[in-house]
Design a protein around this ligand. Structure first.
Ligand code: UD1
Length: 338
């Protein structure tokens, strides 16, 4: 697994181990922390193998497959993911996200690796013409280099598999992953000021930030704030276990399968804040601020295809997810004080 010490990666390691898989993580720790391995071990009792290396380095990727000849499948989480930063540093995004993918695709057939699960995003749909969004919705022109890397990555995978490469892929389009493992041993570790809503919200609730800004209340939505499909990160992680199994056990219906991973329910920013306050009893000071440039007004998933074909469903209630995010924030606070 590339990027296995990151937010979604670490939760997926736990689910894979609990399903009986052995996991090797390759990560350059550019946006994660080695101590995540301790958190994983405390949950599952198993320390995953770890290789500190950068997947944009082809020699490092080759070395990994030589050292671990048993690798049968890859989940590729290693990518830069901050929309704003990608506007400032486009080459960093194209280099990291695309070279990593191309190196893996190149090496896989030589080392008998059957398939790759790829982390894509609902960002490929842009501002959708209708909600909920199915996998057939048109791909809209990307509004950031980050979003463009997801679109190009999907195309690269498609072209490589169509060229006859003996590999399979499951492309997972995530909606908005939030929350943390219920044990509070692992969660999202934002670097600096969080750009995403939930880490900013929990830091505000903890008093680290004075005020959460709600970016816009004049959108064409019932309460005027933007709507997203917030999916619990453990539910999301579980879908990867099923995706890996499909590829390794030849259950896929086609060499490339694409699934939306969302709950099917849209929540506005104000509704999410209310859910957090209701679930935790903690108030979140917030104010209405200007719209954030580039934001989508509303997007939520039609997860029917994933529900039916994968036999998977995002089932954690949002209140539980908010409690898990808060427990993780408190765990981080306790670490900081220790
Ligand atoms: C963004 C990207 C998405 C990417 C994801 C992961 C876009 C359109 N989408 O999702 O492709 O995969 O980040 O990093 O860029 N909000 C506030 N106040 C805040 C922060 C956020 O009101 O302080 C609002 C936003 O306006 C938005 C919602 O909360 O309506 C969710 O924002 P965020 O968590 O940043 O995720 P997205 O922008 O949906």
């Amino acid at each position: 697994m590339t990027g296995g010490t990151g937010y979604i990666g670490s939760h997926t390691v736990v689910e894979l181990q609990q399903a009986g898989y052995s996991v090797v993580i390759i990560d350059n720790l550019s946006n994660s922390n080695i101590e995540v391995l301790d958190g994983i071990e405390r949950i599952t009792g198993i320390r995953p193998d770890f290789v500190k290396a950068d997947c944009t380095d082809m020699a490092a990727v080759e070395k990994l497959f030589v050292e671990y000849p048993g690798i049968k499948g890859i989940i590729n989480f290693a990518a830069s993911k901050a929309v704003g930063e990608s506007m400032q540093k486009p080459l960093l995004y194209y280099r990291n996200n695309l070279n990593t993918l191309m190196n893996l695709l190149d090496a896989m057939p030589r080392h008998g690796v059957k398939g790759i699960v790829f982390s894509s995003s609902c960002t490929v749909y842009g501002e959708p013409d209708e909600n909920p969004v199915t996998e057939q919705a048109p791909i809209k022109k990307a509004t950031s280099p980050y979003g463009n890397t997801k679109q190009i990555s999907e195309e690269i995978i498609t072209d490589v598999i169509n060229s006859g490469a003996p590999i399979k892929s499951v492309i997972l389009r995530y909606f908005n992953p939030v929350g943390a493992h219920p044990s509070a041993e692992i969660g999202e570790l934002p670097n600096g000021v969080p750009q995403n809503l939930v880490p900013f919200l929990t830091q505000t609730a903890a008093g680290i930030r004075p005020m959460l800004s709600v970016f816009g209340d004049d959108y064409n939505t019932p309460d005027g704030s933007c709507i997203r499909d917030y999916i619990n990160v453990v539910d999301l992680a579980k879908a990867h276990v099923i995706a890996v199994e499909r590829m390794l056990e030849d259950k896929s219906e086609a060499p490339i399968e694409i699934f939306n991973l969302g709950t099917g329910t849209g929540l506005s920013v104000l509704e999410l804040i209310a859910a957090f306050e209701r679930a935790t009893g903690v108030k979140v000071p917030h104010k209405i601020a200007a719209r954030r440039p580039g934001d989508i007004e509303k997007v939520w998933a039609n997860p029917k295809y994933a529900n039916e074909v994968l036999g998977w469903r995002a089932e954690t209630p949002i209140d539980d997810t908010m409690r898990s995010a808060w427990a993780w924030q408190q765990h981080l606070g306790a670490l900081r004080k220790a």
